[in-house]
Ligand binder design. Structure first.
Ligand code: GLA
Length: 582
């Protein structure tokens, strides 16, 4: 096919090469799916009758995974790219890198010079990478989204103009904006097609676009097929029949659609965001991003998939079926206490006052982005330890390595028992995920963000360890002489617990179940699978088969508190007690 005219929005229908074209899209984020499964998920998207893949590109300058774009092209899918750099998406700080917060005056998503300059550099690099993937150059990208739901943030509308102008310099394809609640308020920018987001048909948004954007195609950029979950809440579901009836209505009204999410995947590692709207304190998102989407977290068909397939198309292809396996339970054979792991961290920092994790002099002076930070100091008495709400987000408090309590948004005081002078107070502070949606983006510094008091006196002289638990750190633990067999000591945390999972034959997907554990993180062959927490709702962790190999696999669990040392596997994911999306 010759490429003369890409996607256009010059009448009530999109056209591609001058012919009417309806976008039937689905979102799959490459960063939430193991690379070995990209093809499987995209084939399933296509086999469902969709013609367009929609993805965000977070992590600022990194966008290294453009092979995702060529894969989509090779499967005959068009792509709508949503490069942010703010993407929301239940991702840490909405996809913005935490080093931006090293500047104490930072104003994210505005024309604040420090933000603007960083975005310019990002766009320069990104545009260079994506230009060859544009439709006009023979690639799959038919449209590019400007920012994300800026209409509901609109801290500084000039920013949007700057963004679209900058994008227009290199991008020849159609620009779009996407808005939910903010559509009527500050949605859109000149030169870009406005689209909207909803779950139940929102005629108010449809009418509004009829008024302000007549004779233009209408598109639901995010048709929410389900919803995300927060720790301590219930698992959200959106009934399949409700979803299909809205989709049918959208199609009947001649609109284009993108299913958000078509396949959610997983917030592997420490990458989950947190929600700060309509809540007294931000609540972090769980590890699973199943989203009750048409393809499950592990890529399996759901009733939604089958219903949609009937709605969308008569397209036929071989459908892949993935198998999962219930491996035999394994038992922890060795344990290394957190304290004995500290020699494997970067050189600890010393500071009179607490330093937040982003401003620590680690990682080539980009600070610490994710994970845990350990703050230690010497105390001369017991008494009331008060966090002044400066613990972000949750600290386990120890005196001479004995656990004495938890400090977080809800509990800001812990009593330190009396004892001898010169004891070590340790605060193991966890960054539970930065807010990705809400007005407090600029305040997402983590670790200790201010003074901590003991008996109303500020503590000082800290030794600070960065525990971002990257694969290199997990690997290095193998070199320790301090591993003990659990039988030698009561198997309590905080510490690293190792077991071996033996896989016969080709590895398959599975779900990890940890009923005898409390809270922590699982690593498979050094790779961070994400957090678990007995509190739920999520009760199992997705372990993709391609991350295992035939033979012996190392399972390392970082447990904060207690464990029975048993690790179980199941073929049935358990995302917890459900509630319908409101
Ligand atoms: C908004 C955002 C998305 C995502 C959804 C909720 O529409 O644009 O990135 O956060 O909400 O899942």
């Amino acid at each position: 096919m010759s490429r003369v005219e890409g996607l256009r929005a010059n009448s009530s229908q999109f056209t591609l090469e001058g012919k009417p074209f309806r976008i039937l899209g689905g979102s799959i984020h490459y960063f939430r799916v193991p690379r070995a499964y990209w093809k499987d998920r995209l084939l399933k998207l296509k086999a469902c009758g969709l013609n367009t893949l929609t993805t965000y590109a977070p992590n600022f300058v990194k966008f290294k995974d453009h092979s995702y774009l060529s894969l989509a092209a090779s499967l005959g899918l068009w792509v709508i790219l949503r490069p942010g750099p703010y993407i929301c998406a239940e991702w840490d700080l909405g996809g913005l890198p935490s080093w931006l917060l090293r500047d104490e005056n930072m104003k994210l998503r505005t024309t604040y010079p420090g933000f603007k300059a960083s975005v310019e550099i990002f766009f320069d690099q990104l545009i260079k990478k994506i230009v060859p993937y544009q439709y006009s150059k023979g690639g799959p990208i038919i449209a590019v989204q400007v920012e994300n739901e800026y209409g509901s943030y609109a801290a500084d509308n000039e920013q949007m103009y700057g963004f679209s102008a900058k994008l227009s310099l290199g991008i020849t394809e159609l620009l779009m904006t996407s808005d939910g609640d903010g559509l009527r308020k500050h949605g859109g920018v000149n030169g870009a097609l406005k689209t909207f987001n909803f779950q139940r048909l929102n005629m108010d948004r449809v009418k509004y676009l009829d008024e302000v954007q007549p004779q233009k195609p209408k598109m639901v950029m995010e048709y929410w097929t389900g919803w995300f979950d927060l720790w301590g809440n219930l698992h959200h579901v959106f009934p399949a029949e409700d979803m299909t009836s809205v989709v049918e209505e959208i199609l009947k009204q001649d609109m284009s659609i993108n299913l958000y999410m078509f396949h959610g995947g997983t917030n592997f590692g420490f990458m989950n965001g947190a929600l700060a709207v309509d809540l007294p304190v931000p609540l972090p998102m769980v590890t699973s991003y199943d989203y009750d989407a048409p393809l499950s977290e592990a890529g399996n068909y759901t009733p939604k998939y089958h219903l949609l397939r009937t709605v969308f198309s008569q397209y036929h292809s071989e459908l892949l079926l993935l198998f999962s396996k219930e491996y035999q339970p394994v038992v922890v054979h060795q344990r290394l206490s957190l304290w004995d792991s500290l020699i494997f961290t970067d050189e600890p920092s010393s500071s009179t006052t607490p330093v937040n994790m982003e401003n620590l002099p680690v990682n080539n002076n980009n600070g610490q982005s994710y994970g845990y930070t350990l703050y230690e100091t010497t105390i001369t008495s017991g008494g009331a330890l008060n966090s002044n709400n400066n613990v972000k987000d949750r600290a386990l408090v120890f005196v001479d390595k004995h656990f004495v309590g938890v400090l977080d948004d809800d509990s800001q005081e812990v009593t330190v028992p009396d004892g001898e002078e010169g004891r070590t107070l340790s605060l193991l502070v966890e960054n539970f995920g930065r807010v990705n949606y809400g007005k407090t983006l600029d305040k997402q510094r983590k670790g200790l963000v201010g003074d901590i008091e003991l008996n109303k006196k500020n503590l000082s002289d800290f030794t600070i360890y960065c525990l971002d638990m990257k694969p290199g750190f997990i690997d290095s633990l193998g070199g320790s002489d301090h591993w003990v067999q659990p039988a030698d000591k009561p198997p309590s945390g905080p510490g690293f617990f190792q077991a071996t999972l033996h896989v016969d034959g080709p590895p398959e997907d599975t779900f990890i179940k940890l009923p005898g554990w409390n809270k922590g993180v699982v690593f498979i062959n050094g790779k961070n699978l994400g957090r678990y927490w007995s509190r739920g709702p999520q009760q199992t962790l997705y372990l993709p088969g391609p991350w295992l190999h035939t033979g012996e696999n190392q399972v390392t669990v970082f447990e904060e508190q207690n464990t029975d040392g048993r690790i179980q596997f199941t073929t049935v994911p358990d995302l917890g007690k459900t509630v319908e999306v409101q």
